[in-house]
Design a protein around this ligand. Structure first.
Ligand code: PXL
Length: 284
């Protein structure tokens, strides 16, 4: 077969991953972070916009949710056109958006779904109302293959799981979230006051794996989006869950270690660190 024809062959199709997320025009987090991560890991992203934000590298100033019919139409048009290897869900924008997305993914129960429960920005700006958290727990969690909360989100979602207000440890939070329907839960440890960052993957039988990473200095915009998208990419590329989670952490750690600070706020991960010229030793 001529080389050009081989390049067009369907065998060489990159896995297609559908992302539901909000636009972050800074390119630090959100949809843009997902698109970069998925592309960097060899997937083709489909980007369904759930909301627009006004933000800079420090924080989010405003959010405009996209009309739920528009969210639904964006996704349905693509799903009727091409097969999708994984779903990745980030910031959702409204209860109505959660409801239509839950309905759409319920038509594709065999496609892995990675849900990053975006509740607040790095600066602490609220990105999900209590009603949205309830809808997320009731409509999306039962359809989730992997939920990737940070420890604060895990505590908030687990407390919200309708149980009495106590102070569950992270393993108990994960157990409740698996009980609420997520197949796997990866609790990230960046917000804990530990020397290393420990990320723990839980499944129906408890802890599956825990990985410890050197804690990097500085605060990053979009690290959670990067990790969740990298997991979705790895699942779309055929890895099993434990490998997908392990390799995605390695990729994210490298993106963070190569991070850059384009403005006056947080550092951004460099999702294409491998494409940049290494800095010569004497200039490093
Ligand atoms: O990092 C979480 C996140 C996701 N999506 C959007 C965001 C943020 C954080 O600021 O703005 C659009």
């Amino acid at each position: 077969m001529p080389a050009a024809a081989a390049l067009m062959s369907e065998d060489l199709l990159p896995p297609v991953v559908m992302v539901f997320a909000a636009s972050d025009p800074s390119g630090g987090a959100g949809l843009q972070a997902d698109i970069m991560t998925l592309s960097s890991l060899g997937c083709h992203p489909l980007s369904v916009v759930t909301a627009l934000t006004v933000q800079d590298s420090a924080g989010v100033d405003d959010v405009l949710a996209i009309d739920a019919d528009w969210v639904s139409d964006q996704a349905r048009a693509l799903l009727e056109d091409m097969p999708v290897a994984a779903f990745k869900i980030g910031m959702l924008g409204s209860v109505e958006n959660i409801a239509v997305i839950a309905e759409i993914v319920s038509d594709y129960p065999d496609i892995p779904l990675v849900l990053d429960p975006v509740l607040a920005s790095g600066r602490g700006d609220e990105l999900a109302s209590e009603d949205m958290i309830t809808a997320l727990r009731e409509l999306l969690l039962p359809q989730t293959t992997l939920l990737s909360p940070n420890s604060m989100e895990a505590r908030r979602l687990a407390l919200d799981a309708g149980e009495e207000e106590d102070d569950p440890d992270l393993a108990e939070c994960a157990r409740r979230l698996v009980g609420a329907g997520a197949e796997f839960v990866l609790v990230t440890g960046t917000h804990e006051h530990s020397a290393q960052v420990v990320n723990s993957l839980y499944g129906e039988n408890g802890l599956v794996r825990a990985d410890a990473w050197e804690r990097l200095p500085g605060s990053y915009h979009g690290s959670g989006c990067t990790l969740a998208s990298a997991i979705a990419a790895n699942l779309a590329n055929g890895l099993d869950m434990a490998e997908a989670v392990r390799d995605a952490q390695d990729y994210t750690w490298q993106a963070l270690a190569n991070g850059f600070r384009p403005g006056m706020g947080q550092y951004f991960p460099d999702r294409f660190f491998w494409a940049r010229e290494p800095v010569p030793e004497d200039e490093a």
